[in-house]
Design a protein. Structure first.
Lengths: 444, 172
């Protein structure tokens, strides 16, 4: 038999997990099952699928074989019980919360979350009657002090954006578990290649697959992974544990055990919210995952090279890359990100807002756009784009300065990336000097 | 209301048994699933919302003969129920247990007595003593594993719903 049990390595699973060659055709690549629906064998089987008594395909809003291959592969790489994919990272987060929360519940979230997540949390909490507290993610006591009897979720990010905060996942997980709440981690910037939060006590991992998982800037998608070890029957999560009216009184966690939350996430939240990932996008994300280990190694090496280049440049005031040896996050990087602190980070120009804009306008190779995690190097000015919805106080709380530039370091030749940045920094310095002269003239 | 009922699938204390992995060997699990035909399910309920019913329904659908063992039932899934394993008048391959861990050792003794080939304890059912009794009687032992999930993982369609089967196989 070929049944010798073996724990295959990460790189092998990035290529193989979730897929068995199609038994009907023998196709080696993952087939794109571009279909809305599936013919039932007989009415008995159809009933079994709809009653969740059998694993079966019914409708591609809820499940699709190409998407399922992507889901299992991500679950394998993160070390979870399973995963459910969504049309975007924000849809994945919303569904993960929708599955466990009800009006009156309280969320404690890192104030350094991705700006889109902060906006989402504020809007959804107001509309759905949830209470929300943002905390300084670096202060473990702040997480603990924010807890209330109705706190049902703690939410942080492996590597904050764009401040570069590295979260002490184990410590925050311990705080969450003290009150019987799960810790959800946005692991988009680290990817499971650099950090696997479930191994440090987190209960749920969410990703924007749009970023490094896809890796080529082609598709929007998201995914939720759950550990299967959180006790949803601890009395605090009636929306997960109580009988579901939609399934004749089925109690998901009681019946499906470690798969209960994921079953609920798919067969109720994905069904009702409807933000399904398209099979074609899942195919592109699978292609991305096959090379994730190779790409992340190069992303991290290039990021460190760019950070060192910026660090020694006179036009640069501060480089906020957690991967630099002198970063205040170094002990946390050694614990959680030993293979590298990712490839998205920010730096502050000496010249402030004007210098920042001049620099971005002077770049030739770095693309000015609102995305990260592409093979192509990307640059943006957060205060005027991704984080523009945030107030000045919220910007400061998230550690964002007016002259801050955020980079997503791609896979090009390092010397070409630094060549272009050198040109941009020279332009920024020139802008800064003329600005300074102009100020003197006005003052006199 | 459901929270006050005993939860077969509640998160169990796996630290209670140091060598629990010995009873979760995929090679043994596959062999048991491939070679068994008749499964006596101790604690099988006629309530279609109970985990035992989900497992019985699924195994029956996949061609196994399911034998209910439950003194509170007369018939489940179209099969006559027996009050105990020793009442079953025909051979049984697997004894699958949906009972709280402390009740399993006497069930293991009965499984040995009726000549079953495997004692299978469901997810959250953990008993080192029952495992010893069954092993000394020459039975395979599987513990803290759901038979439906393991069938779906190795022979079924669990991968269609994005679950982590742990299976990596590049053959057709």
């Amino acid at each position: 038999m070929t049944d010798d049990p073996r724990a295959f390595g990460f790189d092998t699973r990035a290529i193989h997990a979730g897929q068995r060659p199609d038994p009907y055709t023998g196709a080696r690549a993952v087939p794109i099952f571009q279909t809305t629906s599936y013919v039932f064998e007989d009415s008995e089987s159809a009933a079994a699928y709809f009653n969740l008594q059998e694993y079966g395909n019914t409708y591609s809003r809820i499940m699709n074989p190409t998407v399922a291959t992507f889901e299992e592969r991500v679950a394998s790489l993160e070390g979870g019980a399973g995963a459910v994919a969504f049309a975007s990272g924000l849809a994945a987060q919303a569904a993960a919360m929708f599955t466990m929360l009800q009006p009156g519940d309280h969320i404690v979230a890192s104030g350094a979350l991705y700006g889109g997540s902060v906006t989402q949390l504020k809007h959804l909490s107001r509309k759905l009657g949830l209470a929300l507290t943002f905390v300084d993610p670096d202060q473990i006591d702040a997480w603990r002090q924010a807890l209330r009897p109705e706190t049902k979720l703690l939410f942080g990010e492996t590597i904050g954006n764009p401040g570069g905060n590295v979260l002490d996942i184990r410590a925050v997980a311990d705080v969450a578990h003290e009150v019987g709440a799960p810790l959800m981690i946005d692991n988009t910037f680290a990817t499971p290649f650099l950090c696997r939060p479930l191994e440090f006590g987190a209960d749920i991992v969410v990703h924007s697959a749009t970023k490094f998982i896809g890796g080529h800037g082609t598709s929007i998608g998201g995914v939720v992974v759950e550990s299967g070890t959180f006790d949803w029957s601890n009395g605090r999560y009636p929306v997960v544990a109580d009988p579901s009216p939609a399934y004749h009184g089925l109690a998901f966690h009681d019946t499906f055990g470690i798969y209960g939350y994921l079953m609920k996430l798919r067969s109720e939240s994905l069904r009702d919210l409807g933000a399904a990932m398209s099979p074609f996008n899942a195919f592109l994300f699978l292609l991305g995952l096959e090379t994730l280990p190779l790409r992340m190694e190069r992303h991290v090496a290039n990021a460190l090279g760019v950070a060192r280049f910026l660090q020694q440049h006179p036009a640069v005031e501060r480089v906020r890359y957690a991967g630099l040896p002198e970063s205040p996050y170094r002990p946390l990087v050694e614990k959680y990100l030993p293979r590298g602190a990712g490839a998205v980070f920010a730096f502050d120009l000496r010249g402030g807002r004007a210098a920042g804009q001049r620099m971005i306008e002077s770049l030739r190779l770095w693309s000015h756009l609102a995305n990260v995690g592409d093979a192509k190097s990307l640059v943006i000015h957060p205060a005027s784009t991704t984080h523009r919805q945030l107030s000045d106080d919220e910007l400061a709380a998230a550690g964002i300065a007016a002259g801050m530039i955020r980079l997503s370091v791609g896979l090009e030749n390092l010397e070409d990336l630094t060549w272009d940045l050198e040109r941009g920094l020279a332009a920024a310095e020139a802008a800064s000097r003329s600005n300074h002269v102009g100020t003197e003239v006005t003052a006199s | 209301m459901t929270l006050q009922q005993p939860l077969v699938c509640a998160i169990p204390d796996r630290n209670a048994l140091a060598d629990i992995n010995r009873y979760q060997d995929p090679t043994v699990i596959r062999e048991v699933l491939h070679t068994s035909r008749t499964i006596a399910i101790v604690g099988l309920s006629s309530n279609p919302l109970r985990p035992s019913h989900f497992v019985g329904f699924y195994m029956q659908r996949h061609g196994y003969r399911v034998v209910p063992v439950n003194p509170n039932e007369t018939e489940v899934l179209g099969e006559k129920a027996f009050a105990s394993l020793t009442d079953i008048p025909f051979p049984v391959d697997v004894v699958d247990v949906f009972r709280a861990s402390q009740f399993v050792p006497p069930i293991a003794e009965e499984a040995v007595k009726i000549g079953a080939k495997t004692l299978w304890m469901q997810f959250g059912v953990i008993s080192g003593e029952a495992a010893r009794i069954a092993e000394q009687g020459g039975l395979h032992v599987v513990m803290d594993r759901c038979m439906k999930v393991e069938h779906a993982r190795h022979m079924g369609r669990m991968h269609w719903l994005g679950f982590n089967t742990g299976v990596v196989n590049a053959t057709r």
